[in-house]
Structure formats: structure tokens, C-alpha cells
Ligand binder design. Structure first.
Ligand code: MEV
Length: 423
């Protein structure tokens, strides 16, 4: 019999846990203990987290790390990162230091507008619809006046409302395509409220509204970060060869989707970590970034590289719809701490910081991939995870780390050495 329950959300937290453990776990005390282990002792703080979502029974920790030494547009930053993958923060820190000695990162916001759409069906005459839209347009702005008032004071609001005929793709399908500026807020609630007010004002007997929703595709909310230096300043034994191989790796990701997806995944390792740390919506960022990566019809790299007149240049161009006010940014104490650590950036500044974190991550991955390979550094960082799985003591960990300092880490090599040590 399926275990279907009604009114679950109305149960207390304890009742929810009891129901869960009775129905889905064999060892109840153990599971209850694990769940409770992650409760915060500060009840007020726990309540805050409980209230973020429905049916909260515990918290799920992810490490919160910091990557120092980032110089962006001449300003120094320590970048907070929330991520479980062992090598990400180490890679960001290494690359930040590397480029801090070569002029740092340069970053500029190219555009900041966002899109929302009212999708509707209309079977009547097209020119009548156009006339109706032109007549109504002023009213559509007026219908949102109470919502846009505060945003306008901050320099944002609705920039444009267009009627778009999509009947060539789907019978009777039209849109109101609305362009927004939301300044320092990500603006999801603002945009959706405006769209619903617009849809209500636009609706009439022969117009059937299907839905009103923002778009997470934001090709007009784009930032570009870059690094550059003379090839000889790249260091190493053969900087020219390094630069060429590096560029080839980028070119491969530009034309080969199988590689591009992994290449961009590495970029998102850096981006998502800062997006999470600052309380932003990483699903929106992911969706928008990957859509942008295929904007020319074939999935491609979000970073690019050029070698010209003896200068190596490496850059990223990525859409990032971010907020530094509203949402979780002030509510989650750690998100607030992250923004304070970044010296209370505007949304535009945060776009620059986060794009830079993505670029740095990609630089680290490509540098490793085109030289020593990725596993050397990756497995060194993973060593601690393996040791934790083996329940190693602190003393054993120290001995194992010292042993593997100049050796290749593999799961079996670690287990063998560990067993030898314990004998
Ligand atoms: C692993 O999380 C990310 C990489 O695979 C990225 C890349 O291949 O460029 C190392």
C-alpha cells in the first residue's frame, strides 16, 4: 500500500519526523538522532530556517569557505564560497593569487535588463489586437503603478512593453514581452507581480491569458570579466606552449558540445558557490547561463581566449540575474555575512565578482587539464574525504597527508596505506 498522508504540513516537526522514521526507516533512534544532530541550538535561528520552506525537519550543512587574494578592477576581495566539491575553493584561491601578481581581473557589466512575459491566446483579427494593445499600453503601465513606485525611486521599473506575434510557431499564441530594470534586487517577485497586474488589465473576452511569469533567460543582463598578461609573464618552463595549449582547450570547448558542457560545469563550480553564499537563486543562474551558452544555435563555451601580439587574454561573458537586497540576502545571516565580506556590493558589482569567480575556476581547471591533468590536485583534495570515510583519527590523517605529499592519491592506494598504518 502506498504511504499517502493528508494534512502532513499541519503536523508538528516532531510528528513529521516520527511519521517519516516509522514509515521509511528501519532503525528509528539512529535516524532521529541524525536529524536532530543538525538542529541549531539557537531556537530563534532554527525557527528562521524552518520558515524558509515547508516541512523542514533539519538543516543540511555545506562547507562555507573563503577564497582570498581576488583583485577585481583594482579592489581586493575575499570571496565566500559554499560548495561540497573539495578542489573548488583551493583552485579559486590559487588562481586569485596568480592573477593578483599580473594586474588582477578586469570586469564590466554590459547590460542589466530582465524580461517577463504574459503569454496569451487570441483568435481574432491581428490588426484589431494591435490597435487594442496600443490603446491599452498606457493603462498597462498605470495598472502597475503601486508596484513600481518604490522601484522607480531606486531608478528601476518597467522599461518597455511590446506585443509579440508568435502565431507562426503556435496557433493563436501572442505575448506581452516586458523589459524590466530591477537595480539591486533580483526582482523575481517584482517582475511577477507587475506581469500579473498587466495581464489583469489587458484581459478581455477574446484574450485568454495562459500565464504570466518572468524569464530566467537574461541575455540582456550580462557581465564580462577578463585577465590578460604578456605570454612570458605566465611563468612556467614554456609559457608560449602553455598559452597555446590553453587556447586550444578553450577552442575545443567552443566547438564541441560534449566538452563545452563539462567546461561550463567547471565555470559553474565557481559561480554557484558564490551565488549560494550570497543567498541568490542558483537554479535561475544555471538555467540562464546554459541557455546563453547555446544562444548561437550550438552549445558552446562561456569563456574565450585570445593570443595576440604576445599577449594572452582570457575572458568570460555570462548573464547573471542577481540581487544584493531582498530575498534571502538580508534574511539568511550567512548570506548577509557574505555580502558584508564583499563590502556590500551593488547587484552590478556582485555580477562582476561572481563572473570573476567563474573565470578563475575555469582558468584553474584548464591549467590543470592541459598540464598535469585534473586528478593530481583533485585526488589530493579528496584524500581527506577518503580518510573521513575510513574514520581516521587526526593523528592518522596527519601521517597519511604527509605520506601522500609526493605520491599519487587513489582510493585503493589510500585504503592500502591506511590498513598498513593501522596494523
Ligand atoms: C569538475 O567539477 C570540473 C571540471 O571537470 C571542469 C573541466 O573539465 O573544465 C574539472
Amino acid at each position: 500500500m502506498p504511504k499517502i498522508i493528508s494534512g502532513f504540513s499541519k503536523l508538528t516537526k516532531q510528528e513529521k519526523i516520527d511519521w517519516l522514521s516509522k514509515n521509511y526507516f528501519s532503525s528509528q533512534p539512529e535516524i532521529i538522532n541524525t536529524i536532530q544532530q543538525y538542529w541549531n541550538a539557537d531556537e530563534k535561528l532554527q525557527q528562521l530556517h524552518d520558515d524558509f520552506i515547508e516541512n523542514t525537519i533539519s538543516n543540511f550543512y555545506l562547507p562555507y569557505g573563503i577564497a582570498p587574494n581576488f583583485i577585481i578592477n583594482g579592489k581586493d576581495y575575499v570571496i565566500p564560497m559554499v560548495v561540497e566539491e573539495s578542489s573548488v575553493v583551493a583552485a579559486a584561491s590559487l588562481v586569485a593569487k596568480f592573477w593578483s601578481k599580473r594586474g588582477g581581473f578586469k570586469s564590466e557589466v554590459i547590460s542589466t535588463t530582465k524580461i517577463g512575459q504574459v503569454h496569451f491566446m487570441y483568435q481574432g483579427d491581428r490588426s484589431e489586437l494591435t490597435n487594442y494593445f496600443n490603446l491599452q499600453k498606457e493603462n498597462l503601465y498605470k495598472a502597475t503603478a503601486s508596484i513600481t513606485k518604490n522601484m522607480e525611486k531606486r531608478g528601476g521599473g518597467i522599461l518597455d512593453i511590446e506585443l509579440v506575434d508568435k502565431t507562426g510557431r503556435l496557433d493563436n499564441y501572442y505575448q506581452l514581452h516586458v523589459t524590466f530594470e530591477t537595480k539591486d534586487s533580483m526582482g523575481a517577485n517584482f517582475i511577477n507581480s507587475c506581469l500579473e497586474a498587466i495581464a489583469k488589465a489587458f484581459r478581455k473576452d477574446d484574450i485568454e491569458i495562459v500565464m504570466s511569469i518572468l524569464s530566467n533567460y537574461v541575455p540582456q543582463c550580462v557581465v564580462r570579466s577578463e585577465v590578460s598578461c604578456k605570454i612570458e609573464d605566465l611563468g612556467g618552463k614554456n609559457p608560449q606552449k602553455f598559452a597555446e595549449k590553453f587556447q586550444q582547450a578553450v577552442q575545443i570547448a567552443e566547438i564541441e558540445p560534449y566538452r563545452a558542457v563539462t567546461h561550463n560545469k567547471g565555470i559553474m563550480n565557481g559561480i554557484d558557490a558564490v551565488v549560494l553564499a550570497t543567498g541568490n537563486d542558483f537554479r535561475a543562474i544555471e538555467a540562464g547561463a546554459h541557455a546563453y551558452a547555446i544562444k548561437n544555435g550550438s552549445y558552446s563555451s562561456l569563456t574565450h581566449c585570445e593570443i595576440k601580439n604576445g599577449v594572452f587574454r582570457f575572458w568570460i561573458e555570462i548573464p547573471l540575474a542577481l540581487g544584493t537586497v531582498g530575498g534571502l540576502t538580508a534574511l539568511h545571516p550567512m548570506a548577509k555575512l557574505s555580502l558584508d565580506m564583499l563590502q556590500k556590493p551593488s547587484a552590478s558589482e556582485l555580477m562582476q565578482i561572481i563572473a570573476t569567480a567563474g573565470l578563475a575556476q575555469n582558468f584553474a581547471a584548464l591549467r590543470a587539464l592541459t598540464t598535469s591533468g585534473i586528478q593530481e590536485g583533485h585526488m589530493k583534495m579528496h584524500l581527506m574525504n577518503i580518510l573521513n570515510q575510513l574514520n581516521a583519527t587526526n593523528e592518522e590523517k596527519e601521517q597519511m597527508v604527509a605520506y601522500f605529499k609526493d605520491k599519487t592519491v587513489s582510493h585503493s592506494a589510500v585504503v592500502d596505506k591506511f590498513n598498513e598504518l593501522r596494523k
